[in-house]
Design a protein around this ligand. Structure first.
Ligand code: 3H9
Length: 707
């Protein structure tokens, strides 16, 4: 017999003597207040209903529960809070079973941990990813997980935030049973009935004994603490996780829970939490460009790539990895062989690191074809041009593409700064021409700037976004300008650093300050890695059109004139010993800096690390505001995502625009005005910042519903 009581997001249905509690809260069954209330009501109802002998919790749709409702963070908390919900589940006098499919993450896994028994079906992924949001598991996870599976595996899950598959979850002891089929309800019901038949009874996880070996548990916590100091530089929540797990070893359960709550609230209040959650939503929001709603994408089943250099080969690997066939065009057989060689080397590297099996390499290469004739591109659906960064060369390629490609083929350029409107204008089909700006190494870097020229069709833009999804890239829509979003901001960041260097800071201090801020590398380490000659060429290209009011620092040119291009030449801003990628400061470079200061008549001053960060960030924020104002970026969040995914901006700061909002735009504006006293042209405040400050608004007000 089946009786049912419908609730909006949590429903209860009696299947025989098992009360099935179904969470149905699209899109991912996040634990918002209605779900929390529904769960408590369901447990109360189960206890009150003599016909219910056990409770089974399942999720409707594609997941069990994705975790706490992230959108509620930062707002006043609403009862019942999740820790209390979990305690209520655990205290139920009738056995509670969680049957997991899809994601059981964060608070979702904590609900399952509070149940007395757990089953997962294949394909389920279980994890405590709170650390990636600047948080810690705050609904008993730091106390229950170690008691259930031991301190070392629990710390590993919490500090990495990784997902464990159902099979691994079983071997860890995170679940008790693996379902034989995908039918999560059927499997869960069968398990609950089996438990009832065996009179299994309730089994609170707080009483589990995986911490019984006190020495091993202590050693795991000590090791995690040591590792966290090394690995989680600058991050707030990882050490709090270690502290909370340590409490599971040393304190009674309820006191451990109380400490967990206190630490969770500290994380919740931290700017890192705000930055990381902004990043979470922003990276989902960028994919929703207006064209993706306005037009259907064209089908892409085959891809052509023109150019087999490092970039072309990296793009080819990214496309091959998505399961698409690639035809590469090079000017002669030798260049084509080199292009294929680049691709093979990428795969060989992946095989030797154990990331892929040799068969995967063979399968990818079986999808690869090369040709020295453009005619081989006659039937491809999309071509990506990745040849030398020169307008005449690009135009020649597009003339060929225009000649051979079928009608409707998408013609994309991978240029990093050239005018795509001009390239498109030389073809007979400007509506098909778009920019796909990959970042090197293109098979690794997540950012894909989708550069939208004036005459491109909406369906072509939608196709580019669809391609990004297939390639598992993070797409950011950008308008046409020199450098688009990312490289335009990089240029001012470098300029501001160069000004500091000429005015008195050493390149090594600047690099150190920016690393302390959270960048993996300082600006001059990046120059040395990318090759000083690349920026030099761009500076020479811009020289004729450079505004005479813009201050120009020549220190980097002096290095390039000596052939010091960075790592590849053994010296740049740093000295590199043979085969070593970490450079050491070079007294000769300091001498060159000194003589340039003399030449330009600068009296060097000293700068604190804080001043260095403030100046570089103000330069980026100001230019980013102009980028938004000019419509080059759709919204501030698009700038944030571009810098997070393409330029190493520290994720826990949310991106430059989020960081500016957290600093407060009036503070940023005051700093810009102060700096404008030194150089009125470079530091001229963006009209957008001025306007927002006048209105009492901030950048997030321009992000729409995503903020
Ligand atoms: C936590 O649990 C704290 C507790 O320990 C303590 C509390 C006291 N909340 O990713 P998708 C939205 S912290 C609200 O594109 P997929 C997402 O924004 C939480 N919304 O789907 C998107 O919205 P839209 C720990 C959420 O299939 C839509 O759902 N949990 C949440 O590729 C679809 O998302 C996590 O960190 C949420 N928790 O991937 C897990 N999650 O359509 C975070 C998603 O408007 N979530 N949304 O753009 C995920 O990892 C993935 O979403 C998941 C599905 C794997 C579940």
């Amino acid at each position: 017999m089946t009786a049912s009581t419908q609730a909006p997001v949590v429903s209860r249905t009696l299947h025989g003597n098992v009360l099935v509690v179904t969470i149905d809260h699209a899109p991912v069954n996040a634990l918002s207040v209605d779900v929390r209330r529904g769960l408590v009501d369901a447990i109360d109802a189960a206890e009150a209903d003599a016909a219910a002998a056990a409770v089974l919790i399942v999720g409707a749709g594609r997941n069990f529960i994705a975790g706490a409702d992230i959108r509620e963070f930062g707002k006043p908390p609403l009862s019942p809070l999740l820790p209390a919900v979990c305690n209520r589940i655990e205290a139920c006098s009738k056995p509670v079973v969680a049957a997991i499919h899809g994601a059981a993450l964060g608070g979702g896994l904590e609900v399952a941990l509070a149940a007395h028994y757990r089953l997962a079906v294949r394909g389920a992924k279980l994890g405590l990813p709170e650390v990636q949001l600047g948080l810690l598991p705050g609904a008993g996870g730091t106390q229950r997980a170690p008691r259930l599976i031991g301190a070392a595996p629990a710390l590993d899950l919490m500090l990495s935030g990784r997902h464990a598959r159902a099979e691994e979850a079983l071997s860890l002891g995170l679940v008790d049973r693996l379902g034989a089929t995908d039918d999560v309800l059927g499997e869960g019901l069968a398990y609950a009935r089996e438990l009832l038949a065996a009179k299994a009874g309730v089994r609170p996880t707080r009483a589990a004994k995986a911490l019984a070996d006190a020495d091993a548990s202590r050693a795991a916590v000590d090791a995690a603490r040591k590792e966290t100091v090394k690995r989680a530089r600058g991050l707030f929540s990882p050490m709090k996780i270690v502290d909370a797990v340590e409490a599971a070893l040393t304190l009674p359960f309820d006191e451990g829970l109380a400490l967990e709550r206190k630490l969770f609230m500290e994380c919740l209040d931290s700017p890192q939490r705000a930055g990381l959650i902004h990043a979470f939503f922003a990276e989902r929001e960028v994919a929703k460009a207006p064209e993706t709603k306005a037009a259907a994408p064209r089908p892409i089943a085959t891809v052509g790539i023109v150019g087999g250099g490092t970039m072309g080969a990296g793009i080819a690997v990214a496309v091959l990895d998505a399961g698409l066939p690639v035809t590469m065009i090079e000017r002669d057989d030798a260049a084509l062989a080199r292009g294929r060689g680049h691709i093979e080397r990428v795969y060989d590297g992946l095989v030797s690191k154990g990331r892929i099996k040799p068969e995967a390499k063979d399968a990818a290469l079986a999808r690869f074809a090369g040709s020295t004739s453009y005619d081989a591109l006659a039937n491809v659906d999309l071509v990506i041009e990745a040849v030398f960064e020169d307008m005449a060369v690009k135009k020649a390629v597009f003339a060929e593409l225009d000649r051979v490609c079928k009608p409707g083929a998408v013609l994309a350029t991978n240029t990093s700064y050239l005018d795509i409107d001009e390239i498109a204008g030389t073809t007979s089909r400007p509506a098909d021409v778009i920019g796909l700006h990959f970042f090197s190494p293109a098979n690794v870097m997540k950012l894909l700037e989708i550069v939208v020229p004036a005459r491109v069709g909406a369906d072509v833009v939608a196709t580019a976004f669809e391609l990004a999804k297939q390639l598992r890239k993070v797409p950011v829509r950008a308008g046409v300008c020199d450098g688009f979003i990312g490289n335009r901001l990089l240029a001012v960041y470098r300029m501001a650093a160069d000004y500091l260097m000429e005015d008195g800071a050493s390149p090594y201090q600047i690099d150190r300050a920016m690393r302390e801020f959270g960048y993996p590398m300082g600006p001059y380490q990046v120059v040395d890695l990318a090759g000083g000659d690349i920026g030099w060429a761009a500076r020479k290209r811009r020289a004729p059109t450079r505004d005479p009011r813009l201050r120009y620092v020549e220190i980097a040119d002096r290095l390039c004139e000596r052939g010091w291009f960075g790592q590849k030449t053994g010296r740049g801003f740093y000295l590199y010993e043979q085969g070593v990628r970490t450079g050491t400061p070079d007294p000769e470079v300091e001498g060159i800096v000194e003589s340039e200061r003399l030449r330009t008549g600068v009296t060097p001053r000293s700068f604190t690390d804080d001043e260095i960060v403030r100046r570089l960030m103000c330069a980026v924020i100001n230019e980013a505001a102009n980028v938004v104002r000019e419509g080059i970026a759709l919204r501030p969040l698009d700038v944030d995502v571009a810098l997070l995914y393409g330029y190493g901006f520290p994720r826990y700061r949310g991106g430059p625009m989020k960081y500016a909002d957290m600093l407060g735009l009036p503070t940023v504006l005051a700093e810009l005005k102060r700096l404008a006293g030194e150089d009125a042209f470079f530091w001229q405040p963006s009209p957008l910042i001025v306007e927002l400050v006048e209105r009492g608004a901030d950048f997030s007000s321009l992000n729409g519903s995503a903020s």
